[in-house]
Design a protein around this ligand. Structure first.
Ligand SMILES: *[C@@H]1O[C@H](CO)[C@@H](O)[C@H](O)[C@H]1NC(C)=O
Length: 377
C-alpha cells in the first residue's frame, strides 16, 4: 500500500465509523451526583427552578439536582417521622408547590401522608395530611407511593398495598377517591418476584382532558380513571407493563407517556385518549442500579430521564461493610424511534461532503504525483 492509499483508507474508516456510531448515544445526558446514603426513590422536574427534585429512603430531606449535578437540600423537615421514606414527588406549577408522598416502612410504626411545600418561600411546609385507611381490614398497612397533580392543585396518590387512590385537595383535605373493583380483578404476573409481587397501583399521571392514568406493578395493567367520578377502565395494550414503577407524561408528544421498571423504559402512545395504548419502543436499563422513577423535562425539547437510586441496596443495607454509597445517577433515555432521524440525516450529509472532499483531494494528489513523475523522468 502506498502512503496515499493508507491515508485514504484510514480516512474512509473514520467516515464509516461516524456513519455507524448511533448519533444519539453520543448526546445522551448523564448526571452523576453525590449525596452519601441518600438512596432516592422519587424524581420529578421543577420547570421554574430548572432542576430535578429527589426524595430519600430514610432521610427527611428533598434535594434539588441541577443538570450539571449540583446538589442542594431544599427541604429538611423535622416534622416528618424519623427515618420516613419520601416516595412520589410532583410539582404543582400553577401554585408553585411541591407535593410529596410519605411512607413509614417497618420497623417504624405505619404512616401514610401527603406533604405540600411552597417552592416560592424557601420551601415552607403548607400541610402534612395523613391519608385515611379503608374502614375494617387493617391487616395490610397502606403504602402512599406515587403522586400526580391536576390544574386546580388537587393531588392524587396511589396506595400500592391496598390498590386504591387517595385525593388531597389544595387545602390538604384528604379522602379516598377511587376504589374501583378493577384494581383487584387481574392476576399477579406469573414471573412477579418478591421485589414487586405485593406492589399494586404505582405510577400515576394527570391528563388535562379530565382523567388519570395509573399503572399496576404486579399485574402490568394500566387504568384510565375519571377525575370526577373515580371510575376506572382498563387501557387495552399490546403488552403488559410487568413491574411498572414510575410514570411520566410527555409534553411535546401529545398525550404520550413513559413508564419505568427496574429493567426498562416503555414509550407509549394512544390514538383515542387511552381507550387503547401502544408500546412503540422500549429501552433496556442497567438492572444493577435499580431505576424506580422517570420524569420529563422541557428545556427547548422534551427529554426523558430515569433515576438510578439503588433503592433495593438501600433497603437491604447491602453496600460495602461500614461504608455508605455516595454517588447516584439521573440519566437521559432516548428512543431510537423518535427524533433521532433528524440527527442521522446530518451524519449522512457530513459523510457525503467528506467523501466528496476526499475524492477531490485524491484527484489533486494524483495530478501532483503524475507531474512530479514527469519532472523526474
Ligand atoms: C432511624 O435510623 C437510625 C439508623 O439506622 C437508627 O439508629 C434509629 O434508631 C432509627 N430511628 C427510628 C425512630 O427508628
Amino acid at each position: 500500500m502506498s502512503s496515499t492509499e493508507r491515508t485514504s483508507s484510514s480516512l474512509l474508516s473514520i467516515f464509516l465509523a461516524t456513519l455507524l456510531t448511533p448519533s444519539s448515544a453520543t448526546n445522551r445526558h448523564v448526571i452523576t451526583f453525590r449525596s452519601p446514603g441518600l438512596y432516592p426513590e422519587g424524581l420529578t422536574w421543577d420547570p421554574s427552578g430548572h432542576h430535578f427534585l429527589v426524595g430519600s429512603l430514610h432521610s427527611r430531606k428533598i434535594h434539588s439536582i441541577s443538570p450539571a449535578g449540583v446538589v442542594q437540600t431544599i427541604i429538611s423537615d423535622p416534622y416528618l417521622p424519623e427515618n420516613a421514606t419520601i416516595l412520589g414527588l410532583a410539582v404543582d406549577s400553577n401554585n408553585r408547590r411541591l407535593l410529596a408522598g410519605i411512607h413509614c416502612a417497618p420497623p417504624l410504626p405505619p404512616c401514610s401522608a401527603l406533604a405540600a411545600y411552597d417552592l416560592r418561600t424557601g420551601s415552607r411546609r403548607i400541610f402534612l395530611s395523613p391519608l385515611p385507611s379503608l374502614p375494617g381490614d387493617d391487616t395490610v398497612a397502606d403504602i402512599a407511593n406515587d403522586v400526580a397533580v391536576d390544574h386546580k392543585g388537587n393531588a392524587y396518590v396511589t396506595n400500592s398495598a391496598r390498590n386504591f387512590i387517595w385525593k388531597v385537595d389544595r387545602d390538604g383535605v384528604a379522602s379516598i377517591f377511587s376504589t374501583s373493583p378493577l384494581f383487584n380483578s387481574h392476576p399477579v404476573a406469573a414471573d412477579a418476584d418478591a421485589s414487586f409481587r405485593d406492589c399494586g397501583l404505582n405510577g400515576i399521571v394527570y391528563n388535562c382532558e379530565g382523567y388519570l392514568l395509573v399503572v399496576q406493578s404486579n399485574t402490568g395493567k394500566m387504568f384510565k380513571v375519571d377525575e370526577e367520578s373515580g371510575t376506572a377502565r382498563v387501557v387495552l395494550m399490546n403488552r403488559d407493563l410487568v413491574a411498572a414503577d414510575g410514570m411520566a407524561a410527555r409534553r411535546r408528544r401529545d398525550g404520550g407517556v413513559v413508564v419505568v421498571s427496574r429493567e426498562k423504559v416503555w414509550f407509549l402512545e394512544s390514538q383515542d385518549s387511552w381507550g387503547e395504548g401502544r408500546v412503540y419502543d422500549e429501552v433496556e436499563l442497567d438492572v444493577e442500579r435499580f431505576a424506580t422513577a422517570v420524569t420529563v423535562t422541557v428545556e427547548g425539547e422534551d427529554r426523558v430521564y430515569v433515576l438510578y437510586g439503588r433503592v433495593m441496596e438501600g433497603i437491604m443495607g447491602s453496600y460495602k461493610d461500614g461504608e455508605v454509597r455516595e454517588w447516584f445517577e439521573i440519566e437521559e433515555v432516548l428512543s431510537e424511534r423518535e427524533g433521532g432521524d433528524d440527527d442521522k440525516v446530518w451524519v449522512y450529509v457530513l459523510v457525503g461532503f467528506g467523501f466528496g472532499y476526499f475524492c477531490f483531494w485524491r484527484f489533486q494528489m494524483k495530478k501532483l504525483i503524475t507531474n512530479m513523475d514527469k519532472k523526474i523522468t
